[in-house]
Design a protein around this ligand. Sequence first.
Ligand SMILES: Cc1cc2nc3c(=O)[nH]c(=O)nc-3n(C[C@H](O)[C@H](O)[C@H](O)COP(=O)(O)OP(=O)(O)OC[C@H]3O[C@@H](n4cnc5c(N)ncnc54)[C@H](O)[C@@H]3O)c2cc1C
Length: 306
Amino acid sequence: MPLLRTAMLWMARQRQLEALVRAAPPARPLVQRFIAGETLDEALAAVRQLNARGMTATLDVLGENVADAREAQAAAETYCHVLDQIAASGVESTISVKLTMLGLDIDPALAQRNLEAIVDHARRLGNRVAVDMEGSPYTQRTLDLFYALHPRYGDHIEMVLQAYLYRTERDVEDAIAHRARVRLVKGAYDEPPTIAYPSKRAVDAAYRRQLERLLEHGHFVSIATHDEAIIRAARGFIRRMGIGPYKYEFQMLYGVRRDLQEQLVRLGEPLRIYVPFGRQWYPYFMRRMAERPVNLLFVLRAIARG
Ligand SMILES: Cc1cc2nc3c(=O)[nH]c(=O)nc-3n(C[C@H](O)[C@H](O)[C@H](O)COP(=O)(O)OP(=O)(O)OC[C@H]3O[C@@H](n4cnc5c(N)ncnc54)[C@H](O)[C@@H]3O)c2cc1C
């Protein structure tokens, strides 16, 4: 249902709709399912619960596209504070950052300085930073920044590649050549067919191809999907090829397919949960709604009742 998905992703960019969703009490349980809270304490409590269930985490401070250098620097400081609190509380969690939140729209050099400060801090604490991938206008700049830092920071920094982009086959080969740690996702943004596979079937096939390549020849791959068929195929490939657990982990989003999360842990697979928190949850929340069009009905019903 690509039309519904496009509509949901359009809604994710509409500030007036954000006010409606925020003001509708019936939307709250739905938001709480995907967002671990608005404060760091709430998020750390959620991570503690995941750890107790045998899962590690990666914390994401919600926010995108800052327009002011001070805001970008404040975001970097917030992330360093999150790293300190992860260390102090003893939970098992890395962090995930978005470069637009660190100033990429203002000046790539500013975003690089902010990212460097965070990764440097993470390295001192023995932790790691994943650089989330945003919409296609940012793909090349995000990879450039990643590769600028990777020689110095190695496994303290992880990149994200989106299987739906045609260019990703090439980016996978670069990542293999650089021995970079990769999180492979299908891709969450609305991209035109000139640069991305338009059908789910083609995206799934691309994901499988790229995943096998990374599992066989890559340094480390985070298999970030809730797609049961892909997970089953990946586990089969891993077993057949004799690939050890030091070369991969599974990753899923907070609140999505909790049954499948439990199942993977029971099977003894390494699993990390992406845990978003913060006040600016609306665009992230709407992207999650877009991944399952039936969710649109829940949102509209909540607005109508609110
Ligand atoms: C750890 C992690 C990090 C990510 N980081 C990024 C990133 O940096 N950049 C980026 O573009 N994308 C990112 N994504 C999102 C990703 O691109 C996909 O949009 C998302 O994972 C849905 O695709 P899927 O692989 O689960 O497969 P799909 O084919 O979309 O879904 C497979 C099945 O999973 C279930 N499912 C999936 N999504 C939902 C949902 N929202 N609600 C309920 N059920 C659902 C359904 O049962 C569905 O049938 C990330 C995803 C994960 C898991």
